[in-house]
Design a protein around this ligand. Structure first.
Ligand code: SF4
Ligand code: SF4
Length: 305
């Protein structure tokens, strides 16, 4: 039926696939991301994505800056001045002032920590959200963007004509053009690997399982339990982002567990598929056109009398 918004139980069937393959996706648990960027490297290596500058921004230790046509996975480093839990001292050199020792001079027991002021690092591996309602796909005039049997969204680079409509349509600012020929590129959720039963390169390379790949329904269940565990462990700020089928994009195929507001990670707080209002706009345009036509007919008829 090709709906443009709202919950959509089977995106692949909606796109004409009949195999009944469960929708695949990512659950990225940022609470265990260590910022190693193994996912970025694995993505570039597997997909032969070219190097894109690696400049020191001066704002953070992050040297890739954001998602782009040549960075399909991006690990954001967010440095916050905030009270943090001091690590168990291991005798290693560190940054910033040393945490105050407990009053009795004893080191805390292994596995315990004490609050101190300092810098909190939030790390999060961002990627294309493989939206349920993908505006990039809806506006593409050449059919270069397509929905796969796994429910993911991919670009066929040999069909893209470089018009850039999808770039302004994406509510997350994910998809981007290469400067040389203007064609767009983004994460394919490793369609070639999925097609032979393998997991995506980034998920395979992640050493902490911050990036989890699987059937979307199962991932949503797992993510809900993880939030409960974190809340029970004294991390009330843990929340899910992009997992709700009722949200503005009908739920993302790649969703996240965050430890702060989405804006802190550079994510839009309430994304809406930019083609949501198209049917209403076309209805208004059609009504206006019909009104003009009627007025024209009336004017001609009135003059001829
Ligand atoms: S995040 Fe942007 S590029 Fe990715 S599927 Fe959604 S609209 Fe398309
Ligand atoms: S799924 Fe594949 S293409 Fe997408 S970010 Fe991971 S490694 Fe890159």
């Amino acid at each position: 039926m090709n709906r443009l918004s709202g919950p959509e139980p089977d995106v692949a069937a909606d796109a004409g696939w009949t195999g009944g393959t469960p929708r695949k996706g990512f659950f990225t648990d940022t609470s265990v991301c260590i910022g190693c960027k193994a996912c970025e490297v694995a993505c570039k290596e597997w997909n032969a994505v070219p190097e894109d500058g690696l400049t020191f921004t001066g704002m953070s230790y992050d040297n890739t800056g954001g998602l782009s046509a040549d960075t399909w996975r991006h690990v954001a480093f967010i440095e916050q001045a905030a009270p943090v839990l001091a690590p168990v001292p291991l005798g290693m050199p560190g940054i910033g002032p040393a945490p105050a020792a407990p009053a009795d001079g004893d080191l805390p027991d292994q596995g315990t920590a004490f609050a101190t002021s300092g810098v909190r690092w939030l790390m999060s591996s961002d990627v294309c959200k493989h939206c349920t309602h993908a505006a990039c796909l809806d506006v593409c005039p050449t059919g270069a963007l397509v929905r796969t049997e796994f429910g993911t969204v991919i670009v066929q680079e040999d069909v893209c004509n470089g018009c850039g409509y999808c770039v302004s349509a994406c509510p997350y600012g994910v998809i981007a053009q290469r400067e040389d020929d203007g064609r767009v590129f983004k994460c394919t959720l490793c369609y070639d690997r999925l097609s032979v039963g393998q997991e995506p390169a980034c998920a395979k390379a992640c050493p902490t399982q911050s990036i989890q790949f699987g059937d979307l329904d199962e991932l949503r269940e797992r993510a809900g339990k993880r939030v409960e565990v974190l809340h029970g462990s004294g991390v009330p700020e843990a929340r899910l982002y992009g997992n709700d089928p009722e949200d503005g994009v009908g739920g993302a195929g790649a969703f996240f567990l965050l430890l702060d507001e989405p804006e802190v990670y550079g994510l839009p707080p309430d994304p809406v598929v930019t083609t949501r209002d198209l049917p209403r706009m076309w209805a208004h345009a059609a009504a206006a056109a019909a009104g003009l036509a009627l007025a024209g007919v009336a004017a001609v008829w009135g003059r001829s009398r």
